[in-house]
Design a protein. Structure first.
Length: 457
C-alpha cells in the first residue's frame, strides 16, 4: 500500500520546518507567560516581586511536567499507531490524554490552594517575599486546568498535522496576557494580582481554541468513548511521556534546592538572600526563552521520527535527528554568545536595582551559561528516544542533567568552595556548567548506541 501521509513522503527538511517553527513559537509562548509577568512586576513592584515569581516557579514547572507527560506521550502514541496503520488505537491516545490533562490540572490546583503557604516556604521563600508569592500563586492556580489542556492539547493538535493551529492557540493566549499585563499592572496598578489575572485570562482563551480544534480532529473523529480513561492507554501514554515528565520534575526539584541554596548562601554573602533569589529566577527564565527554540525543534522532530519509526523508514528517522541536532546547536551557540556578551543589558529589562544587585546578576549570568552552547544535545536526545518508542532511554537521558549531575553538584560544590575559603554562592553557580557538559557527553554516547541497535537499515 502506498504511504500517502506527508510524514512518510515529504522531504525531511521541509517537514522539520513545517513542524518545528510552530512548535518553537508555542514553546516561546509558554516561556513568555512567565517572563512577561516578571518584566512588568520588576518594573512596578521591584526585586521582591521578582523573587516571589521565582519562588512560585516550581509549581509552574510541576504543571508543565504533567502537561508534557500526557501531551508528548499522547502525541507519540498517536503518531506511532498512525504510522503502523491502526487509527482506532491511535485516537484513543488523544481522547485519554485530554481527559488526564484537565483532571490532573484540577487536582494540582486544589492541592496547591490548600497547601500554598507551606509549599512556598519549602520552595525557599524568605519572610519578606512570602506575601507577594501567596498573592500571585493563589490566582494563578485557578487557571491550572485550562493551562494544562491548552499546552498539552497543542502537542496533540501538532501530532494531527496542524502545527500552525497549535501555534495560534498558544500565541493568542500569550498576546492577551501581554496586553492585559500592561493594563492591569502598569496602568491600573494591581501589582501581583493583576499579573496573575492577566495570565489566567490568556490561558482560558488558549484552552477554548484547543477545545474548538478537538471537536473537528482531522485524522479520525474523536468519540465520547475515547475520552474514557483506559488503563493500558494511560499507562502507555505515561511511558512515552515519562522522559519529559521526569525532566521537568527533576527541574522542579533542582529549582527548589537552588532557591533554598540562593537564600542560604546569599545570606552569608554581601548580597543578602533576596538578590540571589531574584537574579537567579530572572536568568533562568531568560535562558528558557532560548531553550524554547531547542525544545521546539525537538518537539517538531517528534511526529516525523515517530511516524517513520512506525513505518520502518529508518533512514528518514536518522536524517531528521541529525538535521534537528544541527539546528539545536546553532541556536545554543547563538544564545551562549548573547548571554555572555549582554548580561547587564538583559537584567536592565527587569527593573532597577542596587549596584550589588547588578554585580551579582552579571556574574551569575556568565557563570550559569558558560556551557550553554552544549544545551541543545540533551533535550533533543531525550525526545528522540521517546519518539521512536524507547521511553526508558529517553527518561534516563532526561534525568542526566538535573538529577544525576546538577542536583548533587548543587549540594556539594558550595560546601567544597567554602572548605577552601571561597564563597558558597559561587560554588552554587559553577555547578550548572559542569552539569551541562556531563549531560551532553552522556547523551552523545547513548544516541550513538541507539543508532547502531535500533535504527539498522
Amino acid at each position: 500500500m502506498t504511504d500517502r501521509n506527508i510524514l512518510g513522503t515529504e522531504p525531511v527538511g521541509k517537514l522539520l520546518r513545517k513542524f518545528a517553527v510552530p512548535s518553537i513559537v508555542s514553546m516561546l509562548v509558554v516561556s513568555l507567560y512567565n517572563i512577561v509577568d516578571q518584566v512588568f512586576i520588576g518594573q512596578k513592584v521591584g526585586p521582591l516581586g521578582n523573587a516571589a515569581t521565582n519562588v512560585a516557579f516550581p509549581i509552574s514547572t510541576l504543571c508543565l511536567a504533567v502537561t508534557l507527560a500526557f501531551g508528548i506521550g499522547g502525541a507519540s502514541g498517536f503518531n506511532l499507531n498512525m504510522g503502523a496503520g491502526d487509527k482506532k488505537q491511535a485516537i484513543k491516545f488523544i481522547g485519554n490524554s485530554v481527559t488526564m490533562l484537565f483532571s490532573t490540572g484540577i487536582i494540582i490546583a486544589v492541592l496547591s490552594e490548600i497547601f500554598l503557604k507551606p509549599l512556598l516556604v519549602a520552595f525557599g521563600s524568605p519572610d519578606d517575599v512570602l506575601p507577594y508569592g501567596i498573592e500571585y500563586v493563589r490566582i494563578i492556580m485557578i487557571g491550572t486546568p485550562f493551562l494544562m489542556l491548552a499546552n498539552g492539547g497543542a502537542h496533540l493538535i501538532r501530532a494531527d498535522g496542524s502545527p500552525w493551529y497549535s501555534m495560534l492557540s498558544n500565541l493568542s493566549g500569550a498576546i492577551t496576557n501581554v496586553i492585559l499585563d500592561y493594563l492591569f499592572v502598569m496602568k491600573f496598578g494591581w501589582g501581583m494580582t493583576g499579573a496573575a489575572a492577566a495570565t489566567v485570562i490568556g490561558q482560558v482563551l488558549s484552552f477554548l481554541l484547543v477545545i474548538n480544534y478537538l471537536r473537528n480532529f482531522k485524522s479520525e473523529k474523536i468519540h465520547l468513548k475515547n475520552f474514557k480513561p483506559e488503563f493500558v492507554i494511560v499507562k502507555r501514554t505515561m511511558q512515552l511521556g515519562a522522559a519529559q515528565f521526569f525532566n521537568q520534575l527533576a527541574m522542579m526539584l533542582v529549582q527548589v534546592v537552588a532557591n533554598n541554596s540562593a537564600t542560604y548562601y546569599g545570606a552569608l554573602s554581601k548580597y543578602g538572600s533576596a538578590i540571589p533569589l531574584a537574579c537567579s529566577g530572572i536568568i533562568l527564565k531568560v535562558c528558557m526563552i532560548f531553550f524554547s527554540f531547542c525544545i521546539g525543534v525537538s518537539q517538531g522532530m517528534q511526529p516525523i521520527a515517530s511516524y517513520n519509526k512506525g513505518a520502518k523508514k529508518h533512514d528518514r528517522v536518522k536524517k531528521v535527528f541529525l538535521l534537528a541536532l544541527t539546528c539545536n546547536e546553532i541556536i545554543s551557540i547563538a544564545a551562549w554568545i548573547i548571554l555572555q556578551a549582554f548580561p547587564r543589558q538583559i537584567m536592565g529589562l527587569f527593573g532597577d536595582g542596587s549596584p550589588e544587585y547588578f554585580e551579582y546578576a552579571v556574574k551569575f549570568c556568565r557563570i550559569f551559561t558558560a556551557m550553554m552552547f552544549l544545551n541543545g544535545i540533551q533535550p533533543l536526545s531525550s525526545t528522540f528516544c521517546t519518539a521512536i518508542g524507547k521511553p526508558a532511554k529517553g527518561t534516563f537521558i532526561s534525568l542526566t542533567r538535573q538529577i544525576i549531575f546538577w542536583l548533587p553538584l548543587l549540594i556539594v560544590m558550595p560546601i567544597v568552595f567554602m572548605h577552601f575559603g571561597l564563597e558558597g554562592i559561587d560554588g552554587m553557580m559553577y555547578s550548572t556548567p559542569v552539569a551541562d557538559a556531563l549531560a551532553a557527553i552522556v547523551s552523545i554516547f547513548m544516541i550513538r548506541g541507539v543508532f547502531k541497535k535500533e535504527l539498522k537499515s
